[in-house]
Design a binder for this molecule. Sequence first.
Ligand code: FA5
Length: 350
Amino acid sequence: MDEINSLKLKFEGELKKINSLNQLLNLKIKYLGRQGLINQLTKKIKQIPLDQRKIFGQKINDLKKTIFQYLEKWEKNLSLKEKKEVFIDKTLPGKKYPKGSLHPLTYIIEEIVEIFEKIGFVRLSYPEVEWEYFAFEALNMPKGHPARDDFETFFIQAKENKKYGKMLLSPHTSSGQVREMLRVKSQPPIRMINIAKCYRPNWDATHTPMFHQFEGLCIDKNINISHLKGTINYFVKEFFGKEREIRLRPFHFQFTEPSFEIDVSCGVCQGKGVINQNNKCKVCKSGWLELAGAGMVHPNVLKAGGIDPKKYSGWAFGFGPERCLMMREEVKLDDIRILYENDIRFLEKF
Ligand code: FA5
């Protein structure tokens, strides 16, 4: 029992001498730590005669409580700043914060730009808020022309321009074609890749109201369809893989003649249209996926850009990068809308 009393006196004496936070911490460990003096004393209980063990145990517990109370009192008097300094373990590994990354579409657009820059195309972006003239009239679609309905449009309530008509959200990147011809002061050659946001009131598994397009425009002397086909073939093989094929299907656009839709062989069924012998491929149903529109620039469009169609010819195409991303072998999305739902579980995969 004397040992307990002398330990208490020893503690009180040491506590009085304390004048720093670290000393307090060390004192706590010295007395209450696993190998501390209190535990060492507890182990001695076996040497105590049986009839005195209970009191011995109680006294040790009392001493433990007293030491706790003393320390608590001390701690309470510390300022918050001092507490932080003492109780932060600077040797612990730091917290890991999640890293941000670019949106998958931004990566895809960068990749597309690189592919076209390699063959001499220049990246440009023409306005999202556009005049009717550049979106339609300049593209051989005068007011009231039914082809304008194919590009359902969001109009903006703004003062009409006498020359250019109403203001709208550009429904396609083809609006940049005549702008580019005017930018180069009607002097080809032109090799443009125009990537911008487009807007149409659509919402389903393959359409979103805001989407992107990249528009290729090539104008020079003696340009023909084989250049168009060769360029698209090059892009598809670079972007999707060497085994993917393209096909040009006759179509109608008012601003190109002849016009095509461009299909790319499906990466899911390898262009067969079926999976496991008889099951139709759910992604393409036919072996081909429609990804773009294209054609030879209509002479009226060249004229609107001040270019002589007798001297120059050109082609243009318009792809949707969202659709391209959907059809990438390693991505295979079956609903385009997920790209714009801000679901972090999906975005984190990129
Ligand atoms: C056009 O927009 C034409 N301007 C393309 C063109 C350019 C033809 C140059 C000739 C010469 P279309 O409406 O088919 O065509 O759209 C082209 C591509 O844009 C589609 O194949 C698709 O990939 C993408 N697209 C169109 N609407 C949407 C939408 N609402 N959501 C996502 N992608 C879309």
